[in-house]
Design a protein around this ligand. Structure first.
Ligand code: NDP
Ligand code: MG
Length: 386
């Protein structure tokens, strides 16, 4: 079996560190070419030493000197800034790029890695939310595989193995309901970030945990599914499933429904993406269905969670609309995490940005940069006027 050379963008984050767990367990299979982080330079230096990376990039240039000194006694090349992230994303030295960056920052590196013909293991869902059309077209043109790490999309991909496109009736994306699922709608206005960060099942980065509490994350996953599986939005359904054991399902034309089940552990979808079409010979943790005698499913309360319908609306409008939603959400989530605004202001900022942003139906990558900047400005304006 040949050794696969990996670049991990966002190696210090929740997905990044779990990806390194998989690499650690499969030393005969993977070698690390480059590791990329934004601010956590000490962790990055430790990872680079442990995995003998060829190069590291720290996004925030303020940490370049400290990182350089920390690795001074090694041959590891040290770089900083967005240009360096883009350079390693397209470097000839790696075969696969794992994109575990958070937010809009993931878009350009994914595109450049595809253009360089690399296999993509994609956790950064914002890449597809913003630029799904351009990204999937580029992947097709270059003959590049995009393997989803998001657990719902990994589940759907597994359910679709060996099936014909024409046999698919609906994709059914499951949703835990996030940290606020037991808090009544009338009480949401007083929710603090500390409460919203307590996800009942998944331990993830702070941005996606807040996105899970608002269901923006589920809206983004509908958009992600639309592009990954090339399916009309109205055939992507969302159901609440509080146990997070069924990771998603596919309903077929003959009435059969296939589901993928397992522990709520991201190591499984990460290893599925990295090892595809093989499977890991060893599970991180054994799953027993007997531990879950009751699995429940329910409709989403669309009034409690307006973000889900906004995501469908953005898909319907197409063009730069999902990019605007994403940019405004990033600003509002950061403000909420810093106690600068309330829970409802997240959807408030998204709505305001969508209602006031300019719109481009056939955007280029540059249009996305402009739409993202505009959405961020509009969200800031909304938050400052409240
Ligand atoms: P984290 O916040 O835990 O990690 C983000 C990583 O990206 C860190 O390594 C961080 O560096 C780096 N980073 C952040 N901003 C920048 C930037 N501007 N430039 C360069 N690097 C940057 O996020 P998660 O791991 O939770 O999520 C990553 C992606 O995966 C997101 O798109 C999320 O939606 C998706 N995802 C995550 C899941 C999960 O279980 N966590 C599940 C499904 C999808 P540093 O820490 O050094 O600042
Ligand atoms: Mg998910």
């Amino acid at each position: 079996m040949s050794i696969e050379k990996l670049t991990i963008l966002g190696s210090t984050g929740s997905i990044g560190t779990q990806t390194l767990d998989i690499v650690r367990r499969n030393p005969e299979r993977f070698r690390i070419t480059s590791l990329v982080a934004h601010s956590r330079w000490q962790e990055l230096a430790e990872q680079a030493r442990e995995f003998s990376a060829e190069s590291v990039v720290i996004g925030d240039k303020n940490h370049y000197r400290a990182l350089k000194e920390a690795l001074a006694d090694t041959d590891i090349e040290v770089m900083a800034g967005n240009e360096a992230i883009e350079e390693v994303a397209r470097s000839y030295r790696s075969d696969t790029v794992v994109n575990a960056l958070v937010g809009y920052a993931g878009l350009h590196p994914t595109y450049l890695a595809i253009e360089s013909g690399k296999r993509i293991a994609l956790a950064n869902k914002e890449t597809l939310v913003v630029g799904g059309d351009i990204i999937m077209a580029a992947a097709k043109r270059k003959g590049v595989d995009i393997l989803p790490i998001d657990s719902e999309h990994s589940a759907i991909m597994q359910c679709l193995e060996g099936e014909k496109r024409r046999s698919i009736r609906n994709l059914i994306v499951t949703c835990s309901g996030g940290a606020l699922r037991n808090i009544p709608r009338e009480e949401l206005h007083s929710v603090t970030p500390e409460v919203a960060l307590k996800h009942p099942q998944w331990s993830m980065g702070s941005k996606i945990t807040i996105d899970s509490a608002t269901l923006v994350n589920k809206g983004f996953e509908v958009i992600e599914a639309r592009w990954l599986f090339d399916i009309e939005p109205e055939r992507i359904k969302v159901v609440i499933h509080p146990q997070s054991i069924v990771h998603s399902m596919v309903e077929f034309t003959d009435g059969s429904v296939k589901a993928q089940l397992g522990n709520a552990d991201m190591h499984t979808p990460i290893s599925y993406a990295l090892l595809y079409p093989e499977r890991s010979s060893e599970a991180m943790e054994h799953f027993s269905i007997l531990d879950y005698p009751t699995l429940t499913f329910a409709e989403v309360d669309r009034e409690k969670y307006p973000a889900l319908d906004i995501a469908y609306e953005c898909l319907q409008r197409g063009g730069t609309a999902p990019c605007t939603m994403n940019g405004a959400n990033e600003v509002a989530v950061a403000a909420f995490l810093n106690h600068r605004c309330g829970y409802h202001d997240i959807v408030g900022a998204i709505r305001y940005a969508l209602d006031n942003a300019s719109f481009e139906i056939r955007p280029t990558l540059t249009c996305y940069d402009e739409a993202n900047d505009e959405a961020r400005e509009l969200a800031e304006r909304y938050l400052s006027r409240r």
